[in-house]
Design a protein around this ligand. Structure first.
Ligand SMILES: [Zn+2]
Length: 445
């Protein structure tokens, strides 16, 4: 809808009305009595291990039984999950139709993974599945302290403001949801104070954002030595990986707790952080196995997230290897009292990388801008071997020659002294069509 001519050519107030009506209709479909009941069931799992385990075991058995009965791929596999093979995106893509349940009733909703690597995967869902997903989101929002009437800010890559628009307002209102929606695509330094003011004027209490969008605002506040001048209950992030440094930066500048959600379109795993910063594997969302995957640089255990979805009978994915990793934790209980197992952190999808001087792929790049003043956002671009351009959105007063030198030296340390780095100052980092920022764009294999 947002890119249609009728939307882009309408006045701002009409755009707000159009997106309010859309939100109202979507909400009526998803947030019905069933969704509310399920939300309450899920909330009861938080502190009750017996309930949680009973629910999860029942779900798993149901998924395996249905898959055996209704799909070609899993014909005759039975109810012992250990007999099932591990699968991945490529395997599902090769056998697309065999995963589709012959018992497919109701509305079929198709969506696909975005993913920076490999071919996208299309996963059909039914309305049941959409409602269940909403119930899990509702529980997460309750963890974050949100109440029904709270005013929300939403900065999650919706094309609510046409790109051609160069002047504020870069936000619209969704009246039924009590929400201000801000564009992820117009976050140039000169516009950011306007973003903060619009959120304060609206009286925002909870923020739901892409990490890259909210970090841009937090960096802007940090660079100007300021704090968000309103009272926020919490910030809820998802859809991109969030580093510990960025989480801390948001929490400091917005003076509240960040609740981070890891999920993926295949719906085979969800991991949510609590007010104590622990990441809990939501074992009522899916069946998760953690496959050992070696150690980190500092000797901690890594594991790949492998999941079985509980809430998509239309397209069961069993023992699906996500290609995402967690760092394991020694903790067996959390001060928050919730009984879900804990992992230390999630390593984002190993997708974005640069090629170092010895031809090695370097994935971890978030240390490079550390200790450099005046950077609001950045992205690495590599088209030729031994040459890397760093796009930087900066505060011009702080990002001087000395800071440029620190940035280059940090980069050389990670990627190699023989590589030439070019720093290019830009007003905005190019975003993907979903409004996300990629850390690195490398066209070399
Ligand atoms: Zn906890």
């Amino acid at each position: 809808m947002f890119t249609s001519k009728s939307y882009t050519s309408s006045p701002v107030i009409v755009q707000s009305l159009m997106l309010s009506v859309r939100a109202f209709l979507r909400r009526r479909l998803r947030e019905n009595i069933r969704c509310e009941q399920l939300t309450n069931i899920l909330l009861n799992h938080d502190s009750n291990e017996v309930l949680l385990q009973g629910y999860s075991e029942h779900k798993l058995e149901q998924v395996l039984t249905d898959a055996t009965r209704n799909t070609l791929y899993y014909k005759n596999f039975g109810t012992n999950i250990n007999k099932y093979p591990y699968i991945d995106k490529a395997e599902v893509n090769r056998n697309k139709d065999q995963f589709l349940s012959k018992n497919s009733k109701g509305i079929l909703i198709k969506g696909s993974t975005s993913g920076t690597t490999g071919s996208p995967l299309s996963v059909p869902q039914n309305m049941e599945s959409v409602i269940a997903e909403q119930a899990f989101i509702n529980r997460m929002m309750r963890w974050a302290g949100m109440e029904k009437k709270d005013k929300r800010a939403w900065i999650r890559g919706d094309m609510i403001v046409p790109l051609a628009q160069k002047k504020a307002p870069f936000w619209r209102y969704s009246y039924f949801e009590n929400m201000i929606m801000l564009s992820s695509f117009h976050m140039e330094p000169k516009n950011l104070q306007g973003y903060i003011n619009a959120m304060v004027d609206f009286g925002v209490q909870v923020i739901q954002a892409y990490p890259s969008s909210i970090v841009t605002l937090a960096k802007y506040l940090e660079v100007n030595n300021e704090y968000y001048p309103g009272e926020i209950k919490s910030v809820v992030t998802s859809s991109e990986s969030l580093t510990k440094e960025d989480k801390y930066l948001i929490e400091t500048r917005f003076k509240c707790t960040v609740f981070d959600w890891y999920g993926l379109f295949e719906r085979v795993a969800a991991i949510a952080s609590c007010e104590y910063g622990r990441y809990h594997i939501l074992t009522d969302y899916s069946h998760v196995e953690l496959l050992p995957a070696g150690k980190t640089e500092d000797g901690r255990d890594r594991a790949e997230i492998v999941g079985t979805n509980f809430n998509n009978a239309l397209y069961p994915l069993i023992r699906y290897k996500t290609g995402d990793y967690v760092i394991l934790s020694n903790e067996t209980s959390c001060p928050c009292g919730r009984v879900y197992p804990i992992v230390d952190s999630i390593e984002g999808r190993v997708g974005d990388y640069l090629i170092g001087e010895d031809g090695q792929k370097v994935h971890i790049l978030n240390h490079i801008p550390k200790g450099v003043d005046g950077i609001i956002a950045l992205q690495f671009v590599q088209v030729i071997k031994d040459e890397i351009t760093i796009l930087v959105v900066s505060d011009k007063n702080l990002f001087n020659g000395k800071q440029r030198l620190i940035l280059t030296n940090n980069a050389k340390e990670r990627l190699g002294k023989s590589i030439t780095f070019f720093i290019e100052e830009v007003n905005n980092i190019p975003r993907t069509k979903n409004g996300k920022i990629r850390q690195a764009v490398c066209s070399l294999k």
